[in-house]
Ligand binder design. Structure first.
Ligand SMILES: Nc1ncnc2c1ncn2[C@@H]1O[C@H](COP(=O)(O)OP(=O)(O)OP(=O)(O)O)[C@@H](O)[C@H]1O
Length: 325
């Protein structure tokens, strides 16, 4: 089943091409859309909602053409916009009930759904207070609640962790995971931070300058590496030396040793060396690549394909944890 698909999607503004012949397919689950600021993420979401007309190309959401079925798409899709858009004098309840009614729910059903949804996003106690006095994290939850209140099949979340502190980010990421896993709603979530999408998504789409860099299942980004991480209770330097004598390639990262796996004999060598030195093994773990490492590695590849140097900057900046405006 396809949640959405674009084919050659292009959006040109007078001074910039925001989307450049983008062809992607999204299947059910939680999909991350990652790219630096200005990569074209919000533009794509607005086109998918039928709020912005593409210059060229086509797109469908839930099988509906964005060019002609915008209103129908918006009935089945929830949208959490990036920027603050909440009326400060209304309470969360008043606002979310209003949004539910706008989606066609009768008043009583709207009130019930709003109460349920606010409880799901963790805003039950404070729901009668005016939104203007809320913290950023609480405002993000109200925006999320209004996107969910009409029981959509899909939600588009545009930078939901923006402006949140680490605890708020963790809470929001957990909520996003629950929306996908427990409520069975497919999620398209954007971020300029690769690391946080790695934690919640099943699939990742990476764009830069409006072009597709990569679209893959998370497992394909983070497949196992040929490195094993070894941690012992004692000073690890004698162990590194011993493994070196046994012909293993070892590098140290703090108190951890990274040992290149030649084959099963590498595991035997670690076991024997730890025993010989009478050490206590805490951890022996096969390495998994982090998405950020994949992009560090692929910067060279990208350059070879002749893409603009900007791509390199984007990926390295994203790899270091974030890209700012
Ligand atoms: N209405 C508009 N008119 C002119 N240019 C626009 C308009 N909307 C977006 N752009 C430009 O299109 C490019 C893509 O913008 P977009 O907002 O889609 O990026 P983004 O990846 O969502 O980044 P951000 O997270 O900073 O919003 C940017 O260069 C932006 O300045």
């Amino acid at each position: 089943m396809t949640i959405l698909a674009t084919e050659g999607l292009t959006k040109r503004f007078p001074r910039v091409t925001a989307l450049d012949t983008l062809s992607v397919t999204v299947t059910p689950g939680v999909t991350g859309l990652v790219g630096a600021n200005g990569a074209g993420k919000s533009t794509l979401i607005k086109i998918l909602l039928g709020l912005l007309e593409p210059t060229a190309g086509t797109a469908q959401v839930l099988g509906l053409d964005v060019a002609t079925k915008g209103a129908e798409i918006r009935r089945s899709v929830g949208y959490m916009p990036e920027h603050d858009c909440l009326p400060p004098d209304l309470s969360a309840t008043e606002f979310v009930v209003h949004m539910a009614q706008m989606s066609g729910l009768p008043r009583t059903a709207a009130r019930e759904r709003a109460a349920d949804t606010l409880r799901h996003v963790g805003l039950y106690e404070e729901r009668y207070r005016p939104v203007g006095g809320y913290s950023t994290g609480m405002k993000q939850r109200v925006k999320l609640a209004q996107a969910l209140v009409h029981d959509p099949r899909v939600v588009f979340l545009d930078e939901p962790t923006n402006g949140l502190d680490p605890q708020g980010r963790d809470d929001m990421l957990r909520l996003i995971r629950r929306i996908g896993a427990e409520f069975g709603i497919s999620v398209l979530v954007t971020s300029h931070l690769l690391g946080e999408l790695e934690r919640v998504c099943d699939h990742l789409i990476v764009i830069d300058g409006g072009k597709l860099l990569r679209s893959s299942a998370i497992g394909e980004f983070t497949g196992v590496t040929q490195t094993v991480t070894v941690e012992v209770e004692e000073d690890s330097r004698p162990l590194a030396a011993r493994l070196g004598e046994l012909g293993e390639t070892v590098s140290a990262a703090g108190r951890l040793l990274m040992v290149k796996v030649r084959g099963p004999e590498t595991y035997d060598a670690v076991r024997d060396a730890v025993c010989d030195l009478d050490m206590s093994l805490i951890r022996l773990e096969q390495g998994r690549r982090r998405i950020e490492d994949v992009f560090r590695g692929s910067a060279a590849e990208i350059d070879e394909t002749g893409q603009a140097g900007r791509t390199h900057e984007t990926t390295s900046a994203a790899a270091s944890g974030g890209v700012t405006v």
